[in-house]
Design a protein. Structure first.
Length: 270
């Protein structure tokens, strides 16, 4: 009797929609779970495109289920704006909990650069799709085939507010591997792979798609054609053709190692 009195009718479409969602409960849609997102979509509170992680395929399936028009999903992936890692100078040795969040609480972290990646992999552990790994320099590398653009890694990164991790268009041709806004001379002593605001990229771009703003190269993805002129012009090798490797990964030995030694000496003496 009580079960009948307090029975609540549930929209049958909720479970159907939930079955179409990834089930990772990443929270990118703003809801605590995929089921909560399904409830919002079924009620009309959320659009059929609400699931960022599901992408176009899931959005189309939900639209077909609900009998609504299909809408294009702006596909995004995460990009790392740091090329430091082993090329970044340290202000002190950190021996605490191996976590970016923990390290950041101790005097802002062990790096001289206050914008750089701390390299303990909080983002890697947080990614619900296994799309991130740390390379030999301690920097996160994105597997574009797995990244859904859910943004969980961005939310996890203690330095996300500086733009260290950000969401960019899925077809973004290039990325700037630096997020520092200090004076070029100061940042060069802190990291051998930094943007020095020389504007060489700006001068060679035939599409007017990259400009130095607040002492840092910034890409306008609406204009960028991916020609690679800025990549070749950058003396610091901090601009990469996104998804085709990181030039500083190969320079960790040789010239990069020499720059690292110089940066470490500056940190030790300054």
């Amino acid at each position: 009797m009580a079960s009948k009195r307090f029975h609540v009718e549930v929209d049958p479409r909720v479970e159907q929609i939930a079955a179409l969602l990834p089930g990772s409960n990443c929270g990118a849609c703003g809801n605590p779970s995929c089921f909560a997102s399904a409830e919002g979509i079924a009620s009309g509170a959320l659009p059929a495109t609400a699931c960022v992680a599901g992408g176009q395929e899931v959005a189309d399936a939900i639209a077909e289920l609900l009998g609504v028009d299909k809408c294009a999903v702006d596909a995004v992936v995460v990009a790392r704006a740091c090329g430091g890692g082993t090329l970044a100078a340290r202000s002190f040795d950190y021996h605490g909990v191996p976590s970016c969040a923990s390290a950041a609480r101790l005097a802002g972290g062990p790096l001289v650069c206050q914008w750089g990646c701390l390299g303990f992999g909080d983002c890697v552990r947080a990614c619900p799709f296994g799309a991130l790994r740390l390379d030999e320099r301690g920097l996160p590398v994105v597997d574009l085939a797995r990244c859904t653009g859910c943004g969980v890694c961005v939310q996890t990164c203690p330095r996300a507010s500086s733009g260290l991790l950000s969401l960019v268009p899925e077809d973004a041709p290039i990325t700037v591997r630096c997020s520092a806004h200090s004076k070029p001379k100061e940042r060069k002593s802190a990291c051998a792979a930094c943007c020095i605001a020389c504007k060489k990229c700006e001068r060679v771009c035939p599409s007017d798609a990259i400009h130095v703003v607040d002492m840092l190269a910034v890409v306008d993805y609406e204009k960028c054609t991916g020609c690679g002129a800025c990549v070749e012009a950058c003396p610091q090798q901090c601009i990469d053709l996104y998804g085709r490797g990181d030039r500083n990964a190969a320079s960790a030995d040789g010239a990069g190692a020499r720059a690292l030694s110089q940066a470490d000496r500056v940190a030790q003496t300054g």
